[in-house]
Design a protein around this ligand. Structure first.
Ligand code: NAD
Ligand code: IPM
Ligand code: MN
Length: 357
C-alpha cells in the first residue's frame, strides 16, 4: 500500500527543511519496505507569486486527496503588506487548517539530554521535562468576528475570542484521552478565566468533561502564571490544553525546553487528513543560508508516521536517530555550543540517515 503525502514546502526555510524530511521518509521506506507517494503543492508566498492566491484550489484538492500533509512554513517580508485576506498566514494557513477540520494541534515539548547545555535554561530546571501542549487550532481570536473602522476620525480594530461549548469540549476531551495514555495522567487547562468570558466557559466545560475521566487529574492555571511556570519549573507539566492564541505563544516559549524552536515538531489533527509541520516559521533571517535546523520537520514526519499511518516502530526509529545524532555532538547553529560540531541543514540530515542505515 502506498501512503499519499501532500508536500507543501511553502516559503523561506520551509523550502530547505521539507526536502530533508523527505530524505528521511525515503530512508524509512527503503528500510521498512513502505511506499510513500509525494505530490508537491503551492502554498503561501510561493503560491501568491505563481497564482496570485496563497491557497490555490488545487492545493486544497491535493490535501483532501492525500493520506497526510507535510508542510514547511509560510510567510515572509515580501508578502507582509498585502491585504489581510491575501497574506500567507490568514489567506492560506488558517483556512487550510479550518477546511481540513484540524482543531487540535499537538506540540510535544521535551528535553533532550544531549541538549541540556545548549538551552538558555539551566540543566537542573530542564531535567526530566516531558510535556505536550494541545492547542485548540480552529477557534478563538484567529477565527472570531473581526473588523476595522474609523469612528469620529479615530481608527480602531478588533479580533474576538469566541468559543462554543462543542469546540471546547472536543479539544478538552482530546487532551484527556492523550493524558490517559501517559504515565502521569495529568491535564493542566490554561486560561484567563479571571478576566475573559470565553475562558470562563472554557473552564466550566473542562470541569464538566473531567467527570468522564476520573483516572485523569485536572488542574487549571491562568495563562500569565503558566508562562512563568514554564521557565520556573517545566517538569510540573504533563498535558497542557489551551486555546488557540495562548497555545501559539506558550509553545514558542516551551520550544526552549528542547533548546530551540528548530526542535519543535507538531501534528494538527481532528479531520480526515492530518497536517504535520514544524512549529517554527519561515525564518527570513536565516533563509537561503543552509543554517536551518531540519530536526523539527524531521520529527514532524515521525509524528506523521505514528499518527496518520500507525507506523510506530518507524516513528521511534527516527526519534532515536535524532537523539543519537545529538549525543554525537552534531549541531546546527541554533543549538550550537562550544566543543560541538557545526553542521548545515543537509549535513544534519546526512547524520540522521547514517543512524537509520
Ligand atoms: P520564525 O519561527 O520564522 O523565526 C523565529 C526565530 O527562530 C528566528 O530567529 C529564526 O531564525 C529562528 N528559527 C526558526 N526556525 C528555525 C530553525 N528551523 N532553525 C534555526 N533557527 C530557526 O518566526 P518569525 O520570524 O516571527 O516569523 C517569520 C515568518 O514566518 C512570518 O511571516 C510569520 O508569519 C511566519 N510564520 C509561519 C509559521 C508557519 O508557517 N507555521 C509559523 C510561525 C511564523
Ligand atoms: C504557528 C504560526 C501560525 C499560528 C501563524 C503563521 C498563522 O505562528 O503555526 O504557530 O499562529 O498558528
Ligand atoms: Mn506560532
Amino acid at each position: 500500500m502506498a501512503y499519499r503525502i501532500a508536500v507543501l514546502p511553502g516559503d523561506g526555510i520551509g523550502t530547505e527543511v521539507v526536502p530533508q524530511a523527505i530524505r528521511v521518509l525515503d530512508k524509512i521506506a527503503e528500510k521498512y519496505g513502505h511506499q510513500f507517494e509525494y505530490k508537491q503543492g503551492l502554498i503561501g508566498g510561493a503560491a501568491i507569486d505563481a497564482t496570485g492566491h496563497p491557497l490555490p484550489e488545487e492545493t486544497l484538492g491535493l490535501c483532501y486527496n492525500s493520506d497526510a500533509v507535510l508542510l514547511g512554513a509560510i510567510g515572509g517580508p515580501k508578502w507582509d503588506n498585502l491585504p489581510t485576506h491575501l497574506r500567507p498566514e490568514v489567506g492560506a494557513l488558517l483556512p487550510l487548517r479550518k477546511e481540513l477540520g484540524l482543531y487540535a494541534n499537538i506540540r510535544p515539548c521535551r528535553m533532550y539530554s544531549a541538549l541540556a547545555d545548549a538551552s538558555t535554561l539551566k540543566k537542573e530546571v530542564l531535567e526530566g521535562t516531558d510535556m505536550v501542549v494541545i492547542r485548540e487550532l480552529t477557534g478563538g481570536m484567529y477565527f472570531g468576528p473581526k473588523g476595522r473602522e474609523t469612528v469620529d476620525g479615530v481608527e480602531r480594530a478588533w479580533d474576538t475570542m469566541l468559543y462554543s461549548t462543542p469546540e471546547i469540549e472536543r479539544i478538552v476531551r482530546l487532551a484527556f484521552e492523550a493524558a490517559r495514555k501517559r504515565t502521569r495522567k495529568e491535564v493542566c487547562s490554561v486560561d484567563k478565566a479571571n478576566v475573559l468570558e470565553a475562558s470562563r466557559l472554557w473552564r466550566e466545560t473542562a470541569i464538566r468533561v473531567a467527570a468522564d475521566y476520573p483516572d485523569v487529574t485536572l488542574t487549571h492555571m491562568y495563562v500569565d502564571n503558566a508562562a512563568m511556570q514554564l521557565v520556573r519549573n517545566p517538569r510540573q507539566f504533563d498535558v497542557v490544553v489551551t486555546e488557540n492564541t495562548f497555545g501559539d505563544i506558550l509553545t514558542d516559549q516551551a520550544s526552549m525546553l528542547s533548546a530551540s524552536l528548530g526542535m519543535l515538531p507538531s501534528a494538527s489533527i481532528g479531520g480526515n487528513v492530518a497536517l504535520y509541520e514544524p512549529a517554527h516559521g519561515s525564518a527570513p533571517d536565516i533563509a537561503g543560508q543552509k543554517k536551518a535546523n531540519p530536526l523539527a520537520t524531521i520529527l514532524s514526519a515521525a509524528m506523521m508516521l505514528e499518527y496518520s499511518f500507525n507506523l510506530v516502530t518507524e516513528a521511534r526509529a527516527i526519534e532515536d536517530a535524532v537523539e543519537k545524532v545529538l549525543s554525537k555532538g552534531f549541531r546546527t547553529g541554533d543549538i550550537m555550543e562550544a566543543g560541538k560540531i557545526l553542521v548545515n541543514t543537509e549535513e544534519m540530515t546526512d547524520r540522521v540517515l547514517e543512524e537509520l542505515a
